[in-house]
Write a protein that binds this ligand. Structure first.
Ligand code: ADP
Length: 887
């Protein structure tokens, strides 16, 4: 409130003050009056009620004495004369209600007992006033009067008073406002005028305006002061304006100067950038050298040319970059006497190690006669130098080639005429210059080849392509024509026109003749022969091949080799052929394989084909020789059939031998048993001849039994065979020696053996093998004590065993016979035995895929050899594998 009042204008503040004064003073005056009126009203009513109570008390004393209630009621009824009293009551001294009065329109009655009020004083409640007054008689209380008065007329009075006060307030407010407006004109008018003037001056800047003085009071003084202040401000402003104008002038001059400088600076920058960009982008290397040869600056082109970063190049000695470190010193020395150096060639090392040929132009920059730096312009001439070098080398090579080649080098003009001397031609043909000049050289070409040469020449000149022809040229030294391969290429001018032909002539006579010999050899070969190129095309066939396949050679030449193959292999054959050629290029030799060919009629021909690759100048060729193996296959088939037949019959025979020997034993045992019984029982009853016959029969039966047993042992080699298993061979050997224990003791024989390896064998059969061989070696001993040694050594993929003795030996003519069944060289009387032991040995060795044979010197001893495959021998350590022993 106070804040909004502070913001209000003076005028409105005045109005507010008047309003506030009225608003506070009027209610205060009204409230004071109201309090006074109320207290007057209450005093008046209390007095009236006291008088009434006293009157009633006085009138009731006698009735109270006599307790005349009617009289009391009548006395009270007198209250009706006072319209304000609405109820009344009389009580005895004991507080009993003796009589009561109630105005007819009132709803208040006297209570049954006197109420608890302050005696003799009125008590005011809303619209009501009550009083209790004791009745005194002769100093004693005779009873109590109770009165109730209606005070509602006070409320009406109050309402009227308030209405009057409100009207008064409104009127005072209107008057106050009007008065304040009047006052405002008088007091705030000049101030508001002054404020408006200030606002106007502030807004429009009309400094000449002045306030009008209307009185000499404080406002008049204020107006004077204000006008003085305005005068002061006008003066200050004028001075300020003058100063500002001056300042503006100065600023404008300064701005113009700054703009001019900026323009000049921009111009400078632009031309410097242009220069920098020109230098940077110039396709010429630039650098400045300090007098001591240090690079002080270099442009981008130069850095990029050598591949250095600025920090790797600038600040370093230039000599470090030149291939010849003296080059820079040399350049600087030359510049001592002259200010420019043109076309100095050097070679600079790039960052990647490569060298660049450069040409350097230098100019010296001096200040006050003192050398400040040398400006060097570098041009890269590497490409030019290389091209020059290439050209030089190529010329040199050409010259060397021409000098070194065994070929004839020639050149003709565009129409094939020789216009310059050809030294190599002269040397080859033995011709002098006049005899081959122009077109005369053609006379040296073999008569039969001239037409072909001419045709090739015409084709080459028409197409402007390579000229190539195989012709025979006269060769002076051998005194005959020799085959030559002539080749020439056209040399063209820029417009494409041919101005000369350059060519060589290669002597291919030897090759040609070798080819012819080769063809003759192929033609006369006993087999069908064919040669194909890398693409599988037939290039050569002989007469036998024509016969074998039923084609004429013209039908085959140039055709794919697959023409001669059955359709089912045609698809896969090119791949096989490719593999073969690749293998040959990798150094593989010839290859022989069986395959099928296809006769012209469609019939398949079984072939054995031997292929070999021929590396020639014209590429790789495959030469195949073919044999029709129809007959061989048929023979092989027959042999296979026979072998099978033989094996079957062998099996049957073995079976038969086994069954026969086994089944024969039974009747034989019975027979010999019977004969022996006969001998025992009838020996004394028969004559000597009969006894002799019986003895013969018994010994015959026993021998036959022994023979059958041997036969059975022989057949069991295959029928009772056990599977092969790895076995250290000393085990079966030692078992054999154990079995021969008695014989060894009896003869006092010594058996020694080498350490024996491990092999995959049937150990039982190996025991038998050793036992038979060592047994024989001891059995067939001479007069000296028998000595046997078993040795072994590795021979290729097999072990070779030898059982050597110092016995009687064997006559050479019988040495192969002894391995047959029942073959022996001595009578049974001299050496016991049935002649089956070695046959069993052979069967055992052969079952082990080995071989057995014997060598002997009669009277000195024999050696029995046998082999066993070593393939399955375990690769154990030698010390573990071999042991040694003696028996
Ligand atoms: P057997 O020993 O029963 O006669 P073999 O088949 O073992 O039958 O031998 C056949 C024959 O070979 C022998 O009878 C003997 O004449 C000869 N023979 C075998 N081994 C030796 C040997 N170590 N020295 C001399 N002769 C031998």
């Amino acid at each position: 409130m106070s804040r909004s009042l502070r913001r209000a204008s003076i005028r409105w503040r005045l109005v507010a003050i008047v309003f506030l004064v009225l608003a506070v003073s009027l209610p205060l005056a009204g409230a004071g009056m109201l309090l006074y009126e109320r207290s007057a009203f209450e005093r008046d009513l209390e007095r009236r009620m006291t008088v009434l109570a006293d009157v009633i008390g006085d009138n009731s004393v006698a009735a109270l004495m006599f307790n005349d209630l009617q009289a009391l009621a009548d006395t009270l009824a007198g209250l009706r004369n006072d319209p304000r009293i609405v109820a009344g009551g009389l009580y005895g001294t004991d507080g009993r209600l003796l009589a009561q009065y109630q105005r007819s329109d009132a709803d208040i009655a006297a209570p049954a007992e006197p109420p608890a009020l302050r005696p003799n004083r009125a008590t005011f409640a809303r619209r009501m006033a009550s009083m209790l007054r004791p009745i005194e008689h002769k100093g004693k209380t005779a009873g109590i009067v109770y009165l109730v008065a209606d005070t509602s007329d006070w409320t009406e009075l109050l309402t009227r008073f308030l209405a009057m006060l409100g009207a008064l307030f409104g009127a005072a407010l209107v008057v106050g406002v009007l008065v304040s407006i009047g006052l405002q004109r008088l007091v705030t008018g000049p101030i508001a005028e002054l404020a408006a003037l200030m606002r106007r001056i502030g807004r429009t800047g009309e400094a000449q305006l002045r306030a009008v003085k209307r009185s000499d009071d404080e406002i008049g003084v204020l107006v004077d002061g204000f006008n003085d202040m305005l005068d002061e401000i006008a003066r200050g402003r004028a001075e300020l304006e003058a100063a500002r104008a001056e300042l503006q002038e100065r600023v404008a001059a300064l701005d113009a100067e700054v703009a001019e400088r900026r323009r000049a600076q921009a111009e400078l920058h632009r031309s410097r950038d242009q220069l920098q960009s020109f230098i940077d982008n110039a396709h010429v290397g630039l650098n400045w050298l300090a007098p001591d040869g240090t690079i002080v600056w270099a442009n981008r082109y130069e850095l990029e040319l050598y591949g250095y970063r600025p920090e790797e190049y600038i600040g370093r000695a230039a000599a470090a970059f030149h291939e010849d470190p003296r080059a820079v010193a040399d350049m600087l020395a030359r510049l001592e006497h002259s200010d420019v150096l043109d076309g100095y060639e050097s070679r600079v090392r790039c960052k990647d190690g490569s060298l660049r040929d450069v040409i350097i132009n230098c100019s010296v920059h001096r200040e006050n006669g003192r050398l400040v730096h040398v400006r060097c312009f570098t041009r890269d001439i590497t490409a030019r130098k290389r091209a020059e070098e290439r050209l030089r080398r190529s010329e040199e090579r050409y010259r060397t080639l021409v000098a070194a080649t065994t070929s004839v080098v020639f050149g003709t003009n565009a129409v094939g005429r020789v216009t310059e001397r050809l030294p190599s031609w002269e040397e080859y043909t033995g011709q002098a210059w006049p005899s081959y000049t122009g077109a005369r050289w053609a006379r040296m070409v073999h008569r039969d080849d001239r037409r072909r040469l001419w045709a090739a020449w015409v084709r080459a000149t028409r197409e402007g392509s390579l000229f190539e022809a195989e012709v025979r040229i006269w060769h002076a030294r051998s005194g005959r024509h020799r085959y030559c391969l002539a080749r020439a290429v056209p040399q063209r001018r820029a417009d494409g026109a041919v101005y000369e032909w350059l060519g060589t002539m290669l002597d291919i006579d030897d090759r040609k003749r070798a080819e012819e010999q080769f063809r003759t050899a192929i033609e006369s070969a006993p087999n069908a022969m064919i040669m194909i190129d890398e693409m599988g095309r037939v290039v050569l066939v002989n007469r036998r091949l024509e016969t074998l396949f039923g084609y004429r050679r013209e039908e085959l030449l140039g055709r794919p080799i697959e023409t001669l193959l059955p359709e089912r292999v045609r698809q896969v054959h090119p791949a096989l052929r490719g593999e073969f050629l690749l293998a040959c290029q990798d150094g593989a030799g010839a290859e022989v394989r069986e395959m099928s060919g296809r006769h012209r009629s469609g019939r398949e021909i079984p072939l054995e084909v031997g292929c070999s690759a021929l590396q020639t100048e014209e590429g790789v060729f495959c030469l195949a020789s073919m044999i029709d193996i129809t007959e061989r296959l048929r023979a092989e088939e027959e042999r296979r059939r026979y072998t099978e037949e033989l094996q079957r019959s062998n099996r049957e025979l073995g079976q038969f031998a086994y069954v026969a020997s086994h089944d024969l034993q039974e009747p034989l045992r019975a027979m010999s048993g019977c004969v022996q019984l006969l001998a025992q029982r009838y020996r004394d009853k028969l004559d000597a001849r009969a006894n002799e016959l019986i003895d013969h029969t018994v010994s015959g039966a026993l021998r036959m039994q022994a023979l059958i047993n041997d036969l059975l042992a022989y057949s069991r080699v295959s029928t009772r065979a056990r599977p092969f298993e790895p076995c250290r061979l000393e085990a079966p050997l030692q078992q054999a020696l154990a079995n021969l224990e008695a014989l060894l003791k009896e003869t006092g024989a010594t058996v020694t053996y080498d350490p024996l390896p491990t092999a995959t064998v049937d150990a039982t059969q190996l025991t038998q093998l050793f036992q038979n061989l060592i047994g024989n070696a001891i059995k067939f001993h001479a007069d000296r004590p028998p000595r046997v040694h078993v040795s072994v050594r590795r021979r290729g993929t097999a072990y070779l065993f030898a059982v050597e003795d110092n016995g009687i030996g064997i006559e050479p003519q019988y040495i192969d016979r002894i391995f047959g069944v029942f073959q022996r060289l001595h009578t049974r009387g001299k050496y016991p035995g049935n002649g089956i032991g070695l046959a069993i040995c052979r069967k055992i060795v052969e079952r082990h895929h080995g071989r057995i044979w014997a060598e002997s010197v009669l009277g000195k001893g024999s050696t029995f050899y046998f082999t066993l495959p070593a393939g399955t021998v375990h690769n154990e350590e030698h010390s573990e594998l071999y042991g040694s022993g003696q028996h």
